[in-house]
Design a protein around this ligand. Structure first.
Ligand SMILES: [Zn+2]
Length: 173
């Protein structure tokens, strides 16, 4: 993420980046050297990392592709009062906001077996006893369980436990 992106004054959060059309997300401060990917894995939200230095006139939103930052101003151009978002106040979104997809899904869709494709909620317990529920689109219950086992084992979820015990798999209604 380039640090010296230009800052644009806005009176409200833009729906999308006026330059590249990218999504506009919050800037989170107090993030040290945390990367956007690390933040996403841990908090399951898109945001741009502001690091530990809060500028005197801080931009509060950014294009998630990194091209522009946005500072909130009043209609007369003066600085609007803002509360910057701090990492310590961010709560993780529920784990089920992310939908994992089995590698078998694309194949099933291509070969006309799309009716096998369902979305499952997979409950599991980590080896440290943490209970989680992940969402997964797959071609069977077993396929959903195996997909979740693999994404956890490969450390893609922010969970530190590489081994999980799947306790329940149910179809999402
Ligand atoms: Zn942009």
């Amino acid at each position: 993420m380039a640090i010296h992106t230009r800052i644009i004054d806005v009176t409200r959060k833009p729906v999308k980046c006026p330059v590249c059309g990218g999504e506009v997300v919050d800037i989170i401060y107090g993030t040290g050297d945390m990367t956007e990917t690390e933040f996403f894995l841990e908090y399951r939200k898109q945001a741009v990392m502001g690091g530990d230095t809060i500028p005197r006139r801080p931009p509060v939103w950014a294009c998630n592709l990194g091209c522009k930052r946005f500072r909130k101003v009043n209609y007369d151009g003066t600085d609007a009062p803002v509360r910057v978002k701090l990492l310590k106040n961010v709560r993780p979104a529920p784990s089920t906001v992310i939908n994992w997809q089995s590698s078998t899904v694309a194949e099933a869709l291509e070969s006309g077996e799309g009716d096998m494709v369902r979305t499952y909620l997979v409950d599991f317990v980590s080896e440290f006893g943490e209970k989680e529920t992940f969402r997964c689109t797959a071609t069977s219950r077993e396929d959903a369980a195996e997909t979740i086992r693999q994404v956890v084992a490969h450390g893609r979820t922010g969970l530190v436990s590489p081994f999980i015990e799947v306790t329940n798999i149910r179809e999402e209604q």
